[in-house]
Write a protein that binds this ligand. Structure first.
Ligand code: ZN
Ligand code: FE
Length: 253
């Protein structure tokens, strides 16, 4: 039986995720922005948390944790253990842990913060990226460098194209408008904007999204695409330079 994935809207625009394995009865939470909506989702399904996975130290990803902890095992980056809530398991890039009876690979996804990690559950094609790779965007670079974020974007986009990207915020429409500002004639972006608008008008989340769609429409995964390079008048520049330029344009957008 595949796991069940629930997207839980929290705060004004955060997402937490619940993963449940019916066979073992185990339930994992990815990020803890706010306890109440997560408790409500757990209650309505009759689930009890067995694991809490933390992507990075920002308040809007951890502040609900203590109210949810109970007997759950809390997993986060060893590199950030000094600024995360108390961890039961400290992990680093390349580690594999067992969650809901499945392998979960730990991937460094630094850039937004240094120490930000992503969780990849290959058997279920699930990737939890929080504020690294986001739907049509990537997190603002508070701590890391553009080159570091670009390296990590390349690592994430190399996963199977049917991977489901579970990112941390409902920023998709703003990200899409920015993507369109770079390439006003890009048909893939135009049609994705239509889909985003329809989803939002109907009160639906635009997260998670498919990695294949991100590879086609997310400018931060396309810094080595000659079409995007041309669009930003940087045809002769290196991908890392193009990534740096579009990330700084986004900061000013
Ligand atoms: Zn953050
Ligand atoms: Fe965040």
């Amino acid at each position: 039986m595949p796991v069940e994935l629930i997207t839980v809207p929290c705060l004004s625009d955060n997402y937490a995720f619940l993963v449940h394995d019916a066979d073992s009865g185990q339930t994992a939470l990815i990020d803890a922005p706010e306890a109440a909506p997560i408790q409500a989702a757990l209650h309505s399904h009759g689930w009890t948390l067995t694991d809490i996975l933390i992507t990075h130290h920002h308040d809007d990803h951890v502040q609900g944790l203590e109210a949810l902890r109970g007997t759950a095992r809390v997993i986060g980056a060893r590199a950030d253990s000094h600024r995360l809530p108390r961890l039961d398991v400290a992990v680093e890039d390349g580690d594999t842990i067992q969650v809901c009876g499945r392998d979960v690979a730990i991937m460094d996804a630094s850039g937004h913060t240094v120490g930000h990690i992503a969780f990849h559950m290959p058997s279920e094609k699930l990737l939890f990226t929080a504020d690294s790779l986001m739907a049509m965007g990537c997190g603002r670079l508070f701590e890391g460098t553009p080159a570091q974020m670009w390296d990590n974007m390349q690592k994430l986009r190399a996963l199977p194209r049917d991977t489901i990207v579970c990112s941390g915020h409902e920023y998709t429409m703003t990200n899409a408008r920015f993507a369109l500002s770079l390439e006003p004639d890009n048909k893939a972006i135009i049609s994705r904007i239509e889909a985003i608008r329809t989803a939002r008008e109907n009160g639906h989340a635009t997260v998670p999204s498919l990695l294949s769609l991100e590879c086609d429409t997310n400018p931060f995964l396309r810094a080595d695409d000659p079409v995007l390079a041309q669009a930003v008048n940087m045809a002769d520049a290196k991908p890392a330079e193009i990534f740096t330029e579009i990330r700084s344009r986004k900061d000013r957008f």
